[in-house]
Write a protein that binds this ligand. Structure first.
Ligand code: PLP
Length: 424
């Protein structure tokens, strides 16, 4: 029994809306109450009552090397002793930015911020400034953080809680965001023809309405539509960055966006994100240009140190190993579901993966919503009872880290086979 967890959550509910610091953590998508975590190591986490779980959430994506990875801890420890924040340039910022640009040369110039929300919000500000247009085109079920302009048919917690939009976002602002179904190029083109769109923003592989890959050629067509209609193309790689390929979406899809947003992995579990792209676009940002954006803790040394250690640990061979293990886990799950006669579809890209209880592949958020969410909820709890922690929502992706060994993947498949038996 999770006695201490219950007691702590009771105190938390008196202090925080839903007892949490971010909505999906409250388990509303699966029912029941969250466990309270005490520590993590490698692929595992332990709750305050001693329960042990193989973790496929990994802080919602950042921990591509696993929990408390020794090189990340050593880097943090070293930097921390020299001071935690200065608000003055440090070499660490340059070091992390050079690593990003080495893998993503189209990110010629960038700016560090502290959350993915800030990154996408700022990228859109740049796009609006340089195009002189106000309208943003996004895709149904994609999540780009909680800035006002993006809380329109959004994914992640917005999808999990079944909220259409958010109160508090002025209609005048919401009306500047137009939404197409993911993978629907005709609908996208119709919107571009009707509105003067500043930017098309997209998750290159959707991870915020469950895991949804793009159709072959989708991004190539998006690129040409953006060019035809004079819109910028923004790849929101806050989740996919350094997960779907060693060099991200450009490597995977052969398409170069104008602006890219990054987060999660580049901070290795410490708050950091970035936006960047073509030099002439980024030079519009203050103080080079007039588009204002700033942050007291931006480029924070601890965050930079964790990011550097994480990218250094995530070598091409390391990435390839994690990707191969992810593919093996996904294939194993498909086989289990098929053997048990359960309608199921699963897929992965690099170290990102996901599944739905639905026979046919999922191409859009509309498809995702036809999956068997009730069965997902039972499966989630059955997995948790067997020591496997999946995202507590049918509309979130899962992740893998370099700390997940072959033996742990075997153990996961055994436990999830048994969980499938329970829900079959
Ligand atoms: C997580 C996420 C964000 C928001 O990042 P925060 O750091 O939570 O603000 C934005 N876009 C995508 C694609 C994400 O997955």
């Amino acid at each position: 029994m999770r006695t201490r967890s219950h007691a702590i959550m009771e105190r938390a509910r008196a202090l925080f809306p839903g007892g949490v610091s971010s909505p999906v953590r409250a388990f509303r998508g699966v029912g029941g109450e969250p466990f309270v975590v005490e520590r993590g190591l490698g692929s595992r986490i332990w709750d305050v009552d001693g329960g042990e779980y193989i973790d496929y959430v990994l802080s919602w994506g950042p921990l591509v090397l696993g929990h408390a990875e020794p090189s990340v801890i050593a880097a943090l420890d070293d930097v921390m002793r020299r001071g935690t924040s200065f608000g003055i340039p440090t070499e660490l910022e340059v070091e992390l930015a050079e690593r990003v640009r080495e893998r993503m040369p189209h990110v010629e110039m960038l700016r560090f911020v502290s959350s993915g929300t800030e990154a996408t919000m700022s990228a859109v500000r740049v796009a609006r400034a340089v195009t002189g247009r106000d309208v943003i085109l996004k895709f149904d079920g994609c999540y780009h953080g909680h800035a006002d302009s993006f809380l329109v048919r959004a994914g992640s917690g917005v999808a999990t809680l079944g909220l259409p939009n958010s109160p508090g976002v002025p209609e005048a602002l919401a009306s500047l965001t137009v939404v197409a179904p993911f993978n629907d190029l005709d609908a996208t083109e119709a919107l571009l023809a009707r509105h003067a769109v500043a930017a098309i923003i997209v998750e290159p592989v959707v991870g915020n309405s469950g895991f949804i890959p793009p159709d072959p050629g989708f991004h190539i067509r998006l690129r040409s539509l953006a060019d035809t209609y004079g819109a910028l193309l923004v790849f929101d790689e806050v989740m996919t960055g350094f997960r779907i390929a060693y060099r991200g979406a450009v490597e995977r899809f052969g398409v170069t966006p104008d602006l890219t947003t990054l987060g999660k992995v580049i901070g290795g579990g410490v708050p950091v994100a970035a936006y960047g792209g073509k030099r002439e676009l980024m030079e519009q940002v203050a103080p080079s240009g007039t588009v204002y954006q700033a942050g007291t803790l931006s480029g924070n040394p601890l965050a930079m140190a964790a990011g550097i250690a994480t990218l250094d640990g995530l070598t091409q061979p390391a990435h390839d190993t994690i990707a191969a293990r992810t593919a093996r886990l996904v294939q194993g799950l498909r086989e289990i579901a098929a053997r048990r006669g359960i309608p199921f579809t699963a897929d992965c890209a690099g170290s990102m993966w996901g599944f739905f209880f639905r026979a046919e592949p999922v191409r859009s958020f509309t498809d995702a919503k036809t999956s068997d969410v009730e069965r997902f909820k039972r499966f989630f709890h059955a997995a948790l009872e067997r020591g496997v922690y999946l995202a507590p929502s049918a509309f979130e992706a899962a992740f893998m880290s370099s700390a997940h060994s072959e033996a742990e993947i075997d153990a996961t498949l055994d436990r999830l086979d048994d969980a499938m038996r329970v829900v079959g």
